[in-house]
Design a protein around this ligand. Structure first.
Ligand code: NAD
Length: 430
């Protein structure tokens, strides 16, 4: 039964000011809600509320034009209770410590929801990767890894790709970490396959999203064929899931990226769109479409909305305009706590990030296991293991959702926070 009583020991450190968006405040409010339901002991509550470690580094590099520039980077480890910390590295002009703290805690809960033996971490460098050459990005990556090398490692903290980093970045990381010429592939996941990467990793997050959408369609008795889909963000995650829903017979009627957006009543072919992005660097000007912006996309009449870009894009200013029945969270933290309240009222099924996009960390886990054993799985084995894990997590979350009469996000948090708390209790770390 739900335990509704407010816990009195939550000290008012985290206070949300009207109109402010702060990712770590959002993440903390989500955690506190679960802590409340679970009636957590104060020592566990305190332990899980704050990250274990926050590292800020300054990285001077020589740019191609001969000038020196110093970049600031972060690595935050929220938890190593259930295993080594695990989390991506993001390159973005908007990166911040608060964002890393939020993303690191979401990684802890994500690994716990699908029950893999990892904690959570996240890293970022404040930079504009779209304005940097390959050579500059390589130097930046290697210097960043040198700066954080003491706290990462195959049994400490294992980076992976996130926004504006990819398998090439991961290869540079593996090299930067290498000492005495001995390559240690298990220090990073999302590497190219020939360097010890896992088959299926490139599209893992999109594939996992699709598994979750398929289970949701069964749960709601909502067949996917002919459903109208909109996708916000068309990078690794957005393009992978767009291809899979297209193959399942859905019609993609709008897509946006950082440069703009496109809409078509007839439907957009994501395979052709991916080729267009390959040639032009953006979805903008894709033939036979008309422009649309993020707000227009979010409020379009459609069945499934897939945010696959940055945090906070579904918020109290637009949540009421959403017509979709299902929101499938490809991005981390795309929906604010205020928006969640509105969507709960509207009975929109929000498949929460910590479950929906966990396919990426699941295949990263398999990559790590393969690297440690120097033994590799077939793509079929990788997909099979991922599907089983994610399906099991989906139905566990649905059961908690019904038992506690909560939203799917609240249920996923109850499962995740409960599982980390149980580990702390049995380890006796009070
Ligand atoms: P990416 O860099 O490959 O793609 C990001 C996409 O979002 C690009 O199309 C970019 O143009 C677009 N975008 C950025 N800012 C935008 C804005 N303000 N409005 C509209 N579009 C915008 O990144 P990715 O790896 O696809 O990650 C996307 C999201 O998914 C992030 O929240 C990330 O944390 C999350 N995620 C990624 C993975 C993974 O395996 N890559 C796993 C889990 C979650």
């Amino acid at each position: 039964m739900p335990q509704q009583a407010k816990i009195h020991y939550i000290e008012p450190v985290i206070q949300k000011k009207e109109g402010d968006y702060d990712p770590f405040i959002e993440a903390t409010l989500q955690f506190e809600n679960a802590a409340d339901y679970l009636d957590l002991e104060p020592w566990i509550y305190q332990r899980l509320k704050y990250p274990e470690r926050e590292l800020i580094v300054h990285i001077p590099i020589l740019l191609d034009n001969g000038t020196a520039e110093t970049f600031t980077g972060f690595r935050v480890q929220h938890s190593t209770i259930r295993g080594p910390a695990k989390g991506g590295i993001r390159y973005s002009p908007d990166a911040s410590l608060s964002e890393c703290k939020a993303l690191a805690s979401w990684m802890t809960w994500k690994s716990a929801v699908i029950n893999i033996p990892f904690g959570g971490s996240k890293g970022a460098v404040i930079c504009d990767p779209t304005q940097m050459s390959e050579n500059e990005l390589k130097k930046l990556t290697k210097q960043y890894i040198n700066a954080i090398r003491d706290i990462i490692g195959p049994y400490k903290d294992i980076p992976a790709p996130d926004m504006f980093t990819n398998s090439q970045t991961m290869a540079w990381i593996a090299d930067a970490y290498t000492q005495n010429g001995q390559l240690e592939p298990a220090v990073v996941t999302g590497k190219p396959v020939f360097l010890g990467g896992s088959l299926g990793r490139e599209d893992a997050t999109g594939t996992g999203l699709f598994y979750m959408l398929r289970e949701a369609s069964k749960y709601l008795d909502f067949p996917l064929a002919d459903k109208k889909v909109v996708v916000l963000g068309f990078g690794n995650v957005g393009s992978s899931i767009a291809k899979l829903v297209h193959k399942a017979g859905c019609k993609i009627i709008a897509v946006t990226d950082i440069y703009g957006g496109i809409q078509s009543k007839k439907g957009i072919d994501p395979f052709a769109l991916k080729e267009h992005v390959g040639k032009n660097g953006s979805i903008v000007n894709f033939p036979e479409t008309v422009p649309i912006d993020n707000e227009g996309l979010i409020s379009l009449p459609c069945d499934i909305l897939i945010p696959a870009a940055v945090e906070g894009q579904i918020n109290k200013n637009n949540a009421d305009d959403i017509k979709a029945k299902i929101i499938l969270e490809g991005a981390n933290g795309p929906t604010t706590v205020d928006a969640d309240d509105i969507l709960k009222e509207k009975e929109t099924l929000v498949i929460p990030d910590i479950l929906a996009n966990a396919g990426g960390v699941m295949v990263s886990y398999l990559e790590w296991v393969q690297n440690l054993q120097r033994y590799f799985f077939s793509e079929e084995e990788v997909l099979d293991k991922t599907e089983k894990k994610m399906k099991q997590a989906f139905w566990e979350v649905i059961k908690i959702m019904k038992d506690y009469k909560v939203s799917m996000r609240e249920a996923a948090y109850i499962l995740a926070v409960g599982s980390v708390a149980k580990t702390l209790r049995v380890l006796g770390r009070n």
